[in-house]
Design a protein around this ligand. Structure first.
Ligand code: GTP
Ligand code: MG
Length: 404
């Protein structure tokens, strides 16, 4: 908890053929020997994530990947893993060598990037061995691209790449605000945090900490109280708070104590909005009425956490869903940052909160579901709905479950 969470750092990934110097470039950019370098093609086999302070930008995640031209059965798996990284990247660095022309895999990658939305830069490494050939420059120019010459070995161009090009490309990167758009400077916001057996010892969980930080950034005052002290907290104020945010579990109790006219919502709704797309998730909730016996539901967990006896995704959600919509629902589970390639056989995807992955990853899942015509919602929104509190919790956003 000491460092900026990885999930809100911009993810910068390097892609290119084997041996072009991707790992060397990571080392040159950070000034540290963090990635393994050798002249044997295929040195990097799995994506390597590294939290870094990339000055002057600040905290980022740098991702080294395996070469896109790897061959053989294993090679193909590595290429697929590199492609998956692209789907959660906020800035892609395409690394080339000063050869006469682009190679097949490089053309394909540039084609994908030019037609997608991920910002990218084209970097030609090893410029100590010679200038960028005019033919390569022309080929790139015909695609509307200007290469940035660098040398990971001599350090030429590295400062320019880091301080100017990467900085420029990421200047619009926005980790977003959790509730900064709902409050005014000086507002008092009450956060209701139950401390029960499930609460981790000696600390708060990341969403609670992030919300407090977000309120400080918005020049607001946060009051943190357990549900039992909420009334006393309200009594201590001269005027009603601008907003009350509660853990979903305590929603009913809190609803009884919040004065009329004071908007209140849950952390799960705030984070569904912040990490995903609240409107898409509400569409998923509206689709629940179409569930039938035998409907297949995919529960997507982004991290491979240790399974506990009463696991939310594996145990509680299926149990509550079967209670609400019938015992014949079929549940499947997937883990990791990627969804299965074919989603069409599912009637619903339930995405976890994604607290360990970046927003780009979650938005990629939403886009994949929408492309397959499969509704998607997330844990927090579904649980709020199953507990009958969603309608109330989305009111501060001017939303209702009826619309759409
Ligand atoms: N002359 C020169 N050699 C370089 C430069 N950058 C990397 N190399 C050399 O190129 C070789 C490959 O470097 P890596 O950084 O391992 O390349 P990679 O793209 O990570 O390779 P894979 O992990 O195999 O895909 C090593 O021998 C490096 O020393 C450079 O700027 N100039
Ligand atoms: Mg490498």
């Amino acid at each position: 908890m000491d460092a900026t969470p990885r999930s809100i750092r911009p993810h910068i990934a390097l892609f290119g053929r084997r041996n072009v110097g991707k790992s060397s470039l990571i080392n040159a950019l950070t000034g540290q020997k963090i990635a393994l370098v050798s002249d044997t093609p295929g040195t990097t086999t799995d994506p390597v994530y590294k939290n870094m302070e990339l000055l002057p930008l600040g905290p980022v995640v740098l991702i080294d990947t395996a070469g896109l031209d790897d061959v053989g059965d294993l090679g193909r798996l590595r290429v697929e893993a590199s492609r998956q990284v692209l789907r959660r990247t906020d800035l892609a660095l395409v690394v080339l060598e000063p050869g006469p022309s682009l190679q097949e895999t490089e053309r394909e990658l540039l084609d994908t990037l030019r037609h997608g939305r991920t910002p990218f830069l084209v970097v030609v490494n090893k410029c100590d061995t010679g200038e960028i050939p005019a033919s390569l420059r022309q080929e790139l120019a015909s695609l509307g691209l200007t290469p940035i010459p660098v040398s990971a070995v001599t350090g030429a161009g590295i400062e320019e790449l880091r301080a100017r090009h990467i900085q420029n490309k990421l200047k619009d990167f926005d980790a977003g605000t959790i509730l900064g758009d709902l409050v005014q400077p000086g507002d008092v916001v009450i956060l209701v945090v139950p401390i029960d057996l499930a609460a981790p010892k000696g600390r708060l969980i990341l969403p609670q900490v992030q919300t407090i930080r977000d309120l400080l950034d918005a020049d607001c005052i946060s009051i943190v109280a357990k549900e039992r002290e909420l009334r006393a907290a309200l009594d201590a104020l001269k005027r009603p708070p601008a907003l009350v945010v509660t853990d979903s579990q305590a929603f009913h109790k809190v609803a009884g104590d919040v004065p009329r006219g004071v908007p209140f919502t849950s952390f799960s709704v705030l984070f569904a909005r912040y990490k995903g797309d609240l409107n898409a998730y509400l569409e998923g909730i509206r689709s629940l009425r179409h569930l039938k016996p035998g409907s297949r539901i995919l529960v997507a967990e982004s991290c491979t956490h240790h399974q506990v006896a009463d696991d939310i995704g594996r145990v509680k959600i299926p149990r509550w869903m079967r209670q609400a919509y019938g015992g014949d629902l079929q549940f499947e589970f997937c883990q990791g940052a990627a969804l299965p390639a074919d989603l069409r056989s599912f009637q619903l995807v339930v995405q976890c909160g994604g607290c360990m992955v970046n927003r780009r990853t979650v938005l990629d899942h939403i886009a994949a579901c929408q492309a397959a015509g499969v509704p998607i919602t997330n844990y927090g929104i579904l649980i709020a709905h199953l507990h009958g509190v969603l309608e109330e919790a989305i009111k501060p956003f001017g939303l209702t479950l009826d619309q759409g």
